[in-house]
Design a protein around this ligand. Structure first.
Ligand code: NOJ
Length: 526
């Protein structure tokens, strides 16, 4: 393991949902110029990379996750020149750019699909997954779309069904076709040549499906999708050699990174996709799905570390654009104490931290009250059981001005009603804010290589209330103690003199007092 600073291993990655970060052209939708205007904020926060949710031309059935052109920028986000400016301005601030590649499926408006469904003789016909109906006209097999209903959509002109794991407007590509493979590998080169540093691969382990389209076996579940073992529609063995091809391309460029979104995969399978000749990292959902209990977090971390090969580096996240925000899951009302503990955990355990925009100010999900307010189609489909993903995608709260400083016109999603108090400007001025707390932990992390790449060892004394662990690198030893509870507790420090990295005070008393939801980070004195 090199001692050189590697941005993707030692740094912090910040996810931006571009529609919702900052609107510079006054149309109520965030854009690239908006992001550029906030780079100073991100530099000051101390992050090392930005993962941009998709910015490619898209009809927005799934808000960018339905791509109509892999080699251009959607005009609502700006131009290629704006993107080049973003790369340049970010690089000046040592901020790296990660693009979100959605290569499992395209939009049904992608020119390839518009050609594909014209006729069976069309050169693009075989770029998608077309199958004959069963003799009785039924879909070719029992596969279900995760966004609801059968995964097969009938095209009366062609007299065949095409397959879509998500919405019917997102037809899956036929990755067994060598032309697709070449085309997509070229997409990686195209953006790397523009100066991009990495990629997040959307549902990459769904690229290949069973070549014979066998039925999935049944299992117990609530929704039709969950009543199947997904053994034939995801995680096929052909993915491994493809990952090597992708990695070979990335390795021709300096310090690049590829992280995959594993779909329907447990920790072990997720870990198996990471390492030399594979992905640098993949997302382990188990950590983010934990209830508020230190032991649960520790167990999922330990499993994650143990599953990964020695060549792979872990990563961790608590929030993203598909799930309820961290603070909405764990906090009571506007009390940020749990969100602070969660942020401290994310930033000090072993593994590259991924932070979701607004997590640093403890943004909460916006409430979804009426079906007619919903923008995310799955919210409409599954209402009222599931209200969709609008909640975690509301505009970034910059200040207490109209629309929280995000836009001068009404944004595409409402701003949270708490924005008058909860915003970047007011939290910057408040020494006790979660923003200043997060900045402080990031500062500590930046100064301490042990917190970036040190070994992780649990140091638990009270697993019901505390998460405590050490991070060790060479002679450096740091102990992190997180009080998950509302009780005042004590912690018996190991032998030696320990200096608090918050205030440089040396702890004389080995029995440390820990206030409710308090975070201690201490370093062993040499
Ligand atoms: C996973 C993405 O995170 C989600 O937002 C999207 O809807 C699906 N993949 C389909 O691309």
């Amino acid at each position: 393991m090199t001692d050189e600073f590697l941005w993707w291993r030692d740094g912090i990655i910040y996810q931006i949902y571009p529609r919702s970060f900052m609107d510079a052209n006054d149309d109520g939708i965030g854009d690239l110029k908006g992001i550029i205007s906030r780079l100073d904020y991100l530099e000051n926060l101390g992050i090392d990379a930005i993962w941009l949710s998709p910015i490619f031309p898209s009809p927005d059935v799934d808000f960018g996750y339905d791509v109509a052109n892999y080699k251009d920028i959607d005009p609502k986000f700006g131009t290629m020149a704006d993107f080049s400016q973003l790369i340049e301005e970010a690089k000046r601030r040592k901020i790296h750019i990660i693009l979100d590649l959605v290569l499992n499926h395209t939009s049904d408006q992608h020119p390839w699909f518009l050609e594909s469904n014209k006729s069976k003789d069309n050169p693009y016909y075989d770029w998608y997954l077309w199958q004959d109906p069963k003799p009785n006209g039924d879909p070719p097999n029992n596969w279900q779309a995760i966004f609801g209903g059968s995964a097969w959509e009938y095209d009366p002109d062609l007299g065949q069904y095409y397959y879509h794991m998500f919405y019917k407007e997102q037809p899956d590509l036929n990755w067994r076709n060598p032309d697709i493979r070449q085309e997509m590998l070229d997409v990686f080169r195209f953006w790397l040549d523009k100066g991009v540093d990495g990629f997040r691969l959307d549902v990459f382990n769904a690229y290949f499906k069973d070549p014979e389209f066998k039925d999935n076996p049944p299992k117990f579940g609530i929704r039709a999708f969950d009543r199947q073992e997904h053994i034939h529609d995801v995680s096929q063995p052909e993915m491994m050699p493809l990952l090597k091809d992708i990695r070979d391309i990335l390795d021709q460029y300096d310090q690049t990174y590829v992280v995959g979104e594993t779909f329907l995969a447990d920790t072990e399978r997720t870990a198996n996709y990471c390492g030399n000749d594979k992905l640098h990292a993949a997302f382990n959902f188990k950590f983010a799905e934990n209830r508020w209990h230190p032991k649960r977090f520790l167990t999922s971390l330990t499993e994650w570390y143990q599953s990964l090969s020695v060549n792979a580096w872990p990563n961790n996240f608590l929030s993203n654009h598909d799930m309820t925000r961290t603070a909405s899951r764990y906090c009571f009302g506007e009390d940020d104490r749990r969100a602070k503990v969660a942020a401290a955990m994310l930033l000090t355990v072993k593994g590259t931290p991924f932070m979701y925009y607004g997590e640093e100010i403890g943004m909460r999900d916006i409430p979804i009250r009426k079906k007619s307010d919903i923008k995310d189609p799955i919210g409409k489909t599954f209402w009222p059981l599931f209200k969709g993903r609008d909640g975690c995608r509301s505009p970034m709260q910059w200040n207490d001005e109209e629309n929280a400083g995000f836009s001068i016109i009404e944004p595409w999603l409402p701003v949270h009603s708490n924005f008058n108090e909860r915003n970047v400007e007011s939290q910057t001025a408040d020494p006790d804010s979660i923003l200043n707390f997060v900045k402080n932990i990031i500062r500590i992390r930046k100064n301490e290589p042990a917190l970036q790449r040190g070994d992780f060892n649990p140091a638990i004394t009270d697993p019901g209330h505390l998460l405590a662990f050490t991070r060790t690198l060479g002679a450096d030893k740091i102990i992190v103690i997180l009080n998950f509870s509302s009780r005042e507790l004590t912690y018996q420090l190991p032998d030696g003199d320990w200096v608090s990295l918050f205030d440089n005070q040396t702890t004389e008393n080995k029995l440390l007092k820990i206030n409710p939801y308090q975070v201690h980070i201490l370093k062993l004195k040499d």
